[in-house]
Structure formats: structure tokens, C-alpha cells
Design a protein around this ligand. Structure first.
Ligand SMILES: Nc1ncnc2c1ncn2[C@@H]1O[C@H](COP(=O)(O)OP(=O)(O)O)[C@@H](O)[C@H]1O
Ligand SMILES: [Mg+2]
Length: 447
């Protein structure tokens, strides 16, 4: 505006000097009076030009400092905003270049699951992180990314892994987690093929830590089921998704398959993509999942923590070994100690019998076929911490999965129903004992 006014004044001045000059020139020719007026006009034009120039310089200075101020204001807001998000524990957005720099080009692989690869990294401020790159094909990867962010972006518990940030690219999506020093639980409870190396590395979790891990996980699940605004179903509870920090405290991780459940919803009908061996029977019959489905998987994990073995294994003579059935029988015979991981059975190291018995009984209650017979996660915490007694194991029952195995689903005579149920439970095509269980995908919708 100011610039336009200056231009108008300048033009008016020049014109008002030019017109008398021309009149003088035509009237008097090249006389002294004409040159005097010309000189005066020249000086006046110079003056006006100098004034316009100073006006412009002043204006551009002002504009420049305004622009600078707005950039610094924006930067200040950005810093303040990310500070507030950080303080509030909300995940922040990362750029792909920062993640590539933090992980040194995605070099150090920490682990790989069914849909993602996880790399170790260090942020600029020195925070150790685990960067999860979701490799699953576009649509599924995007769904898992959104599900995982939605489930844990705004919830906090000392036994849940912390999501620090995320990064969206046209290709894979990334989630940035706090780095958990001792990796996943499976590495600490299942013997590897090299027993000597396990002993040398101390890779066998002692009983007190196993007991504490069991309580930590129960507390995390209890929080998800009872204390969040929307109930969160994890739906993939297994040792690979439980991480151990430097003090061997457990953190529940991997919310890629989780579901949010409204407080007034009683069950969720969903496409099942759990992990073989940990799926609750209600998934087989397609009656939807509830928090009790997590409790079933938790019970299986509890048994694996006690026994130091997978719940379902193929023996050397190609038969099934179903650990829950063995444990149930031993518990009824009062011989719970016999199911303990034999590496813990050394003199002086074996657990207090009452503690072991409680853990075994709780596990057996959690894996009841009928969901309504399983205890809530809050009750499980009370049982494990000794506020509620569980002196008795649950009564004998069918154990659906055992029945399926017993009638060998691999038999040619097995009915189609059994085969379908077994496939849904992930019992067909089970890998060798030491291999990690993979994921299966079975759609139960419409059943
Ligand atoms: N925050 C972390 N710190 C250390 N290791 C991790 C972390 N997150 C994941 N891992 C490792 O990566 C593996 C796969 O991660 P996960 O989130 O379960 O991926 P997926 O969704 O593919 O199963 C885990 O079993 C664990 O060994
Ligand atoms: Mg996982």
C-alpha cells in the first residue's frame, strides 16, 4: 500500500515538473530562465527518487524481519509442540532420513515377526530405539500400522512397550519404540539347539524372574482389559511379543493384531490372524473374541514359562505332545514339580512349591475351553500375588485342542470339520519343536 502511494506521488511530481518545463521550452526557448527551472526540476526529481528508494528499502527491511519472525515463531511452536507431545508421551512424527540415520541404514536387525522387521537405532538425543518396519503388503501393512498406533499411542503402563514415534512413507510404514535391552521372552525360556551355549550365555531365566514376568504380563493385560477407556484386546499374546528390559521386567509388545472394544460391546467378530497354538477355541467356532481369548493365550504362555517348552510339540516319533494335558494330569496327581523346566530343577534352585502350584493352577484355569470359566485378568493378578487362593486345579474337561490332536488330524479318516478346525487352530503343518510359531490367517466372518 505504502509502495503504491510512493509510486503515485513520484509519478505526479515528475509529471507536474515536466509540464511547466515543456511550456517554458516552447514559450522562451533555451534561455537562462529555462535552464534554471530545468536544474530545479532535476534536483526535485532526484529528491523524489531518493525518497521513493528509501521508502522501498525501509519496506523490504520490514518485510524481511517480519518473515524472519514468522519462521522463528513457527520453529518455536514446532519445538514447543513436539516438547508437549513428548511430555504427554504422545508419539511424534519422524522423517525417513532421520530413521535411516538413527539405524545406520537399517543395519542391525533385532528381530523379525510375521509382518515386520525390527532394527536397533539411536536418536540424535542419544535415546536407544527399536525401529519397526512393517513389511506386510500395502493394505494389510497399513491396517496393522493404524491398529498398532491406535491401540497404544495414548495408553501408558510400566509393562507396555512405549511407542515414541512413527513415520509414514509411500512404501513401508515405521514405528519407533523404546529399545528393550533383553529382547523377547522366548529366547530366555526355550532352550536353543545348543544347550552348552545357553548355559554359557546364562540364557535360562531363573524361577523368581519367570514368576515376576508372569505377574508383569498379567498386570499389563489387566490394564488393557479393565482400566483403559476403550477395552483393548491384544489378540497375539505369546512369548515372542513379550520383551524383557535390562532388569528382566516384562513389557507387552506388538499390537498389530489388537482390537479396540467399546465398553458396551460383549464380543468382537473379527478375521482371525493369531498364532498357532495360542488361539482360543472360540475362534475355531467363529463365535467372536473377547478379553477371555487373551486370557487363554496368556494361560498357554504361563505353561510355557513353567515348563520351558512349547505347549504343542511334535515328538521324534511324529506324535503330538500336548503339554496342557500333561500338566493337568500331573496337577491332579499333586506332582506339579514334575512339569517344571528341568533346567530349573537343580538342587537349591527349584521354586517354592506353593508358588509353582499356584502358577500351574492359574494357567489351567486360563485355558478352559469355555471362555466364561476363565478368570478375568484382574483376578489372575490377585491369584498370582497370593490375594486369592487357587488350591485346586480345575476339574477334568475335554480340552478341544487335545481332542483334535488325539484324533490325529493328519489321518486320512479325519473328518473335514476336524481338519478345518485344526487348520483354524494352526495345528496343521506345525513346525519342529524349536522353531518359532508362525502366524495363520483364517477368516471366520460369516460363520
Ligand atoms: N522395542 C524392542 N526392543 C527390542 N527388540 C524388539 C523390540 N520390538 C520388537 N523387538 C524384536 O523384534 C521381534 C518382532 O517384533 P514384533 O513387534 O513382534 O513384530 P511382528 O508384528 O512382525 O510380530 C520381537 O519378537 C523382538 O524380538
Ligand atoms: Mg510379534
Amino acid at each position: 500500500m505504502e509502495a503504491r502511494r510512493a509510486k503515485a506521488v513520484a509519478a505526479a511530481t515528475v509529471l507536474s515538473l515536466l509540464v511547466p518545463l515543456l511550456v517554458l521550452l516552447f514559450r522562451f526557448g533555451h534561455t537562462v530562465a529555462f535552464f534554471v527551472v530545468l536544474a530545479v526540476a532535476f534536483v526535485a526529481v532526484l529528491g523524489v527518487l531518493a525518497w521513493v528508494l528509501s521508502l522501498y528499502t525501509d519496506l523490504s527491511h520490514r518485510q524481511l524481519s517480519l518473515a524472519r519472525r514468522s519462521v522463528s515463531d513457527r520453529e518455536e511452536h514446532r519445538v514447543e509442540y513436539s516438547f508437549l507431545r513428548k511430555v504427554a508421551g504422545l508419539p511424534i512424527k519422524f522423517r525417513l532420513e532421520s530413521l535411516a540415520a538413527a539405524t545406520d541404514g537399517f543395519r542391525c536387525l533385532l528381530g523379525r515377526g510375521s509382518s515386520a522387521s525390527v532394527f536397533r537405532g539411536v536418536l540424535d538425543d542419544g535415546t536407544a530405539v527399536a525401529v519397526k518396519r512393517i513389511d506386510a503388503i500395502a493394505e494389510r501393512g497399513d491396517k496393522e500400522f493404524r491398529t498398532e498406533v491406535a491401540a497404544i499411542a495414548s495408553i501408558h503402563h510400566r509393562n507396555l512397550v512405549r511407542l515414541l514415534g512413527y513415520c509414514v512413507t509411500p512404501g513401508p510404514r515405521f514405528l519407533v519404540y523404546e529399545f528393550v535391552a533383553n529382547g523377547s521372552l522366548d529366547r530366555w525360556i526355550f532352550p536353543s539347539r545348543d544347550a552348552a551355549a545357553d548355559a554359557a550365555n546364562g540364557r535360562c531365566l531363573p524361577w523368581p524372574m519367570r514368576h515376576r514376568v508372569a505377574i508383569d504380563v498379567a498386570k499389563a493385560l489387566s490394564y488393557l482389559h479393565h482400566d483403559c477407556r476403550a477395552r483393548v484386546l491384544h489378540l497375539d499374546v505369546k512369548p515372542e511379543n513379550i520383551l524383557l528390559d535390562e532388569g528382566f521386567r516384562a513389557l507387552v509388545a506388538d499390537f498389530g493384531l489388537s482390537k479396540l472394544m467399546g465398553k458396551d460391546e460383549s464380543r468382537v467378530v473379527t478375521t482371525v490372524r493369531g498364532t498357532r497354538g495360542y488361539l482360543a477355541p472360540e475362534w475355531l467356532i467363529g463365535s467372536g473374541v473377547t478379553d477371555k481369548s487373551d486370557i487363554y493365550s496368556y494361560g498357554m504362555v504361563l505353561l510355557e514359562i513353567v515348563g520351558g517348552r512349547r505347549a504343542i510339540q511334535v515328538t521324534e516319533d511324529k506324535k503330538w505332545s500336548y503339554f496342557p494335558k500333561i500338566v493337568h494330569e500331573k496337577a491332579w496327581q499333586g506332582k506339579a514339580l514334575e512339569v517344571l523346566d528341568e533346567r530349573l530343577n537343580r538342587e537349591g534352585e527349584s521354586p517354592p512349591e506353593a508358588e509353582l502350584r499356584t502358577m500351574v493352577h492359574v494357567a489351567l484355569w486360563c485355558i478352559r475351553d469355555k471362555a466364561e470359566e476363565r478368570p478375568s485378568m484382574a483376578r489372575v493378578v490377585d491369584m498370582l500375588e497370593g490375594r486369592i487362593d487357587v488350591d485346586e486345579p480345575p476339574p477334568q474337561s475335554e480340552m478341544l485342542i487335545y481332542n483334535i490332536l488325539e484324533h490325529s488330524v493328519l489321518d486320512a479318516e479325519a473328518t473335514d470339520d476336524r481338519r478345518a478346525a485344526a487348520a483354524a487352530a494352526g495345528l496343521l503343518d506345525l513346525g519342529p519343536p524349536s522353531s518359532a510359531p508362525g502366524s495363520i490367517e483364517v477368516s471366520l466372518s460369516g460363520r
